[in-house]
Design a protein around this ligand. Structure first.
Ligand code: FMN
Length: 250
């Protein structure tokens, strides 16, 4: 049975983001899969990594603290709960809006704390040798800006680039990452005809989302360089392809 973890970052379940996450849950269950949810805001997840989360915080090297807590079974309960859901999942689907040209801070904090050194990755188990090669991640993202503004030449910046650091975080863990699903022009400022048209467009999108979940295993994936594309200094080899503007030939 396919197990899906839905991670949602939004203060309100009745938002478009919340409705979209609900649709992921309904569609996943209707296909016979299991679903777990992390509604980070509603759950009160603490996204700030800090000294007093750890019993042995001598010197407070965060990676060492995380590793020690992983080795000694002292990972904070709220983080352990998130790790268990993540480890059990084949699919990890994150639902969030773009806030200030990136995911909301609580998503970053969830990564900082849950994707802990030791328990989730080590210096030997990352990228091609990451522990989570059995998992595929999908981002379902809304923007207030219009599609043209979020295009590679749009003034809001290419939304796919804004999402790249988060995608690479999961790539670091070894996960496959599907190309993101992005819905643009989501906000409550429209009035009259424009409001009605937006609501109809968003409702149609939610209805069509079933097919995305049904076809999940065939979704196109983001391209990342393989480990062997980099030399001993970690630089892209001249003969290796550049598959993202974040890592290019100079
Ligand atoms: C703090 C904040 C920052 C925002 N920054 C952006 C942004 O950088 N780019 C953008 O397109 N929309 C931005 N928006 C608009 C949101 O993306 C939009 O409200 C959201 O996608 C609507 O979906 P929702 O109804 O699920 O909240 C921002 C909204 C908030 C509240």
């Amino acid at each position: 049975m396919t197990q899906t973890l839905i991670v949602m970052a939004h203060p309100h379940r009745g938002s478009f983001t919340g409705s979209w996450a609900k649709q992921t849950e309904i569609a996943s269950r209707s296909l016979g899969g299991g679903v777990s949810r992390s509604d980070l805001v509603q759950d009160g997840f603490d996204p700030v990594e800090r000294f007093d989360h750890y019993e042995d915080s001598t010197g407070f090297d965060v990676l060492k603290c995380q590793e020690h807590a992983s080795d000694t079974g002292t990972i904070p309960a709220s983080v352990l709960q998130e790790m268990d859901k993540l480890l059990a999942a084949d699919r990890i689907i994150l639902h969030f809006p773009i806030w200030w040209f990136g995911p909301p801070a609580i998503i970053k904090g969830w990564c900082d704390r849950v994707l802990a050194h030791g328990a989730m990755h080590t210096s030997k188990e990352r990228f091609d040798t990451g522990r989570h090669r059995d998992k595929t991640v999908l981002f379902c993202v809304s923007t207030g800006s219009q599609e043209a503004e979020s295009a590679p030449d749009g003034r809001e910046g290419d939304v796919r680039m804004l999402l790249w650091p988060l995608a690479y975080t999961f790539r670091y863990l070894g996960c496959k990452v599907a190309k993101p699903q992005v819905v643009h022009g989501v906000h409550g400022y429209w009035k009259g005809d424009k409001k009605e048209k937006t609501e109809a467009r968003l409702a149609a999108h939610l209805a069509a989302h079933n097919d995305i979940i049904k076809d999940f295993d065939n979704l196109p994936l983001m391209a990342f360089n393989a480990d062997h594309d980099f030399d001993e200094h970690g630089r892209l080899r001249p003969e290796a392809p550049s598959v993202t503007p974040f890592i290019k030939h100079v």
